[in-house]
Design a protein around this ligand. Structure first.
Ligand SMILES: NC(=O)c1ccc[n+]([C@@H]2O[C@H](COP(=O)([O-])OP(=O)(O)OC[C@H]3O[C@@H](n4cnc5c(N)ncnc54)[C@H](O)[C@@H]3O)[C@@H](O)[C@H]2O)c1
Length: 260
């Protein structure tokens, strides 16, 4: 029996990077997965890749909508839940700093607003729809995506991003307390730098080569994360191996937080 047999998993922003890797990891562990994304091509490519890997097309479902638009978001989540037939495990993965400035004094209200919409409000809107179903079933595993930025600051994203990711840690604990009595757990995975396309570009743009080498040298494991490192932490929290773990955040940063 696989860890995710009979589990219905909803993952936001699953067309690429960490979300896509998590989808494949959980498919491999027996789950039925629905991924959402704003990019129809990324969804098509992920679906094609799943079929190429030998998964039947009804095990990886997709929904395309914009998580920064409240209406689109609410309607998209309702369609996703209906298509999946319920949600046992939720991975609220969508997030990012959306190319907003690194310097605090350069960030406008709009830079704050859009980062809050994607990282916090999309998660809140999703939780509002999913938690009542989990309460009814008296079962749920919720995994939120925080960041090293929200715990120790960021070398490439600004104060808006660090603030929302700190908020994700706080939201994790509050949801865990309120819904623990209904057998719903809520935990957050906090990655350090993961060399996705988005981060690679920011990393090259915002740090000099010597700064980049120094940071890498200060990571005890001497490398940055790959998406599979994050997917395996998410897979643990979403599984029943973590059924007595709630309200926690897991640093997945190669030990970087110990060394600056
Ligand atoms: N990559 C990192 O270094 C890193 C580090 C710490 C935390 N995180 C967190 O991990 C999560 C995933 O990050 P990632 O780097 O894998 O993502 P990413 O930037 O590579 O994007 C993944 C997907 O999100 C989709 N997306 C973007 N805006 C959207 C919107 N408005 N509506 C719907 N979909 C949208 C994109 O189309 C893309 O397919 C985020 O919450 C991020 O903050 C990432």
């Amino acid at each position: 029996m696989k860890r995710y047999s009979h589990k219905r998993v909803l993952i936001t922003a699953g067309g690429k990077s960490i979300g896509q890797s998590t989808a494949f990891r959980l498919l491999n562990e027996g789950a039925k997965v629905l991924i959402t994304d704003i990019d129809p091509e990324a969804l098509e490519q992920t679906k094609a890749l799943a079929i190429k890997k030998g998964y039947s097309s009804d095990l990886l479902l997709t929904e395309c909508f914009d998580l920064q638009d409240a209406n689109d978001c609410n309607n998209g989540f309702a369609r996703s839940i209906e298509q999946l037939g319920g949600v046992d495990v939720l991975v609220s993965n969508a997030g990012g700093s959306l190319q907003t400035p690194y310097a605090f004094l350069d960030e406008t209200d709009n830079d704050w607003h859009k980062v809050i919409e994607l990282n916090i409000m999309a998660t809140v809107r999703l939780l509002r729809q999913v938690i009542p179903l989990m309460v009814k079933n008296e079962y749920g595993r919720i995994v939120l995506l925080g960041s090293k930025a929200g715990r120790y600051g960021s070398l490439i994203a600004g104060a808006n991003y660090s603030t929302v990711k700190g908020g994700i840690s706080a939201l994790t604990r509050q949801i865990a307390m309120e819904f623990g009595p209904k057998n719903i757990t809520c935990n957050a995975v906090c990655p350090g730098i993961v060399m996705t396309d988005r981060v690679q570009a920011l990393w090259a743009e915002r740090r000099t080569e010597s700064e980049r080498l120094k940071v890498l040298h200060d990571v005890p494991l001497r490398r940055h994360a790959v998406v599979e490192d994050i997917a395996s932490a998410i897979a643990f929290y979403g599984s029943d191996d973590a059924s007595f773990v709630t309200g926690t955040v897991l640093d997945v940063n190669g030990g970087q937080a110990m060394c600056g």
